[in-house]
Design a protein around this ligand. Structure first.
Ligand code: C2E
Ligand code: CA
Ligand code: CA
Length: 398
């Protein structure tokens, strides 16, 4: 018994009273003392609305009459429940993982899902993912970046490239680094790209942002080369940016100015969200390839990155979206998609990259499936350029 959990509140929601008892007993055996139970989503919601101290952990059955689990999750998000949630169901595993995806979409803190019957050990392992230090929190409010702030940041040269290593799985060799834009804002602290990239795209500032990131990254690549580190840099661009026919020439000019060879540059391309005329991007991408620059199809497998793109555009690298990598160890559907994507890439003689590798298990899996390159927190988090040489020196492939 774990006494640490004595002060932690748990709530179990299940229409099956027998199941409720079993889950409550299991929690008790794990050291939880403040355990409440509800037999419907509606009852649980009114309880949560009344309480000043919400439960730290909520176990929730998905299939309940009246309010089902999906509706319950949506309502939990609406009232801003910030504790941890474990989903439980006797239904098909795919429904469980879809519900999990939905809940994450609502920014709920999902620990994971369990199939019925739930064993004490499974529940214990699941709850071990929860850090008791995480106090229930308010739902993450989407930070926003205004267009004026971004414009000012660009004028003042505040945007910088960070770099995340891409390593060859078989040899452990550091093949390159993906450039990820960062904004160390003087007042707001470090701002992540999800905040400023969409806004920059919407307001026509993305071209300027790409140029400053590209320029700085190429200079960094040249500085590494002077220290004996010769690796590729991979820059992110969206199809929507590819509107200027002279884009390849601009890239080449910047590369030349920095002294970087075109074959040391990769562009990681994401599909256009607008279905505009694809001839211009096709023209641009084809000429980039002709000039020796590598092209990677990014987020492969997601809605915006499709088989048609793969057929029509001259990509030489395929980056499987991290959601499939993350899911693959547990979820057979994600694993099947990952496996097919890798095979597809191989058949088309492309370099296959698995991104979002967070664990040794995932590394082993993508290695076994034949991926060429791995990237993710398990290897290294994104870092400022000057930190990379020391990281490479210390890096030992698993
Ligand atoms: P992306 O191209 O898919 O980049 C990978 C994102 O996953 C990065 O987030 C990276 O930090 C994160 N990541 C890498 N390894 C792991 C891991 O093991 N676990 C997890 N959970 N995450 C991991 P970041 O830096 O926040 O960038 C988000 C997105 O913003 C990028 O997604 C890319 O689409 C976009 N972006 C970043 N920099 C630029 C840029 O300069 N230009 C454009 N157009 N887009 C950019
Ligand atoms: Ca990318
Ligand atoms: Ca990606």
């Amino acid at each position: 018994m774990n006494r640490e959990h004595g002060a932690h509140r748990a709530l179990v929601v299940d229409d099956d009273e027998f199941m409720l008892k079993i889950l409550a007993r299991t929690l008790e055996s794990l050291g939880y003392q403040a355990i409440a139970t509800c037999t419907s989503g509606a009852e649980a919601l009114s309880r949560l609305k009344r309480e000043t101290e919400p439960p730290h952990i909520l176990l929730c059955d998905l299939s309940m009459p009246e309010m089902d689990g999906v509706e319950f999750l949506r309502k939990l998000a609406e009232i801003g429940y910030g504790g941890a949630i474990v989903l439980i169901s006797g239904l098909d595993k795919r429904i469980l993982s879809t519900a999990e995806t939905l809940a994450r979409g609502h920014r709920l803190h999902i620990l994971g899902h369990l199939e019925k019957p739930v064993t004490p050990n499974q529940l214990k392992t699941m709850l071990a993912r929860w850090q008791p230090r995480d106090e229930p929190r308010a739902p993450a409010s989407a930070e926003s970046c205004t267009v004026d702030e971004i414009r000012a940041g660009l004028v003042q040269g505040q945007f910088v490239p960070w770099f995340q290593p891409k390593v060859e799985i078989v040899t452990g060799w550091v093949a390159g680094a993906e450039v990820l834009a960062r904004w160390p804002h003087p007042a707001r602290g470090m701002i992540a790209p999800d905040c400023f990239i969409p806004a920059a795209e919407q307001h026509g500032l993305i071209g300027q942002l790409t140029e400053t990131i590209l320029t700085q990254s190429l200079r960094q690549a040249q500085a590494w080369r002077e220290q004996g580190i010769d690796i590729k840099v991979a820059i992110n661009v969206s199809m929507d940016e590819l509107v200027q026919l002279d884009f390849p020439e601009q890239v080449l000019e910047l590369a030349q100015a920095a002294g970087v060879k075109p074959f040391n540059i990769i562009l990681e391309v994401t599909e256009s969200r607008l279905s505009n005329n694809a001839l211009i991007p096709l023209d641009i991408l084809t000429r980039l390839r002709l000039k020796g620059i590598g092209l990677s199809i990014d987020d492969f497998g997601t809605g915006y990155s499709t088989l048609t793109q793969l057929k029509n555009f001259p990509f030489d690298e395929l980056k499987v979206d991290q959601s499939f990598v993350r899911g693959a160890v547990q979820d057979p559907a994600a694993r099947a998609i990952l496996e097919s994507a890798v095979n597809l890439g191989k058949k088309l003689s492309m370099r296959v990259v698995a991104e979002g590798i967070e664990t040794k298990e995932q590394w082993d899996l993508v290695a076994a499936l034949g991926c060429d390159i791995a990237q993710g927190y398990f290897i290294a988090k994104p870092m400022p350029g000057p930190d990379l040489p020391a990281w490479i020196k210390a890096w030992k492939a698993p």
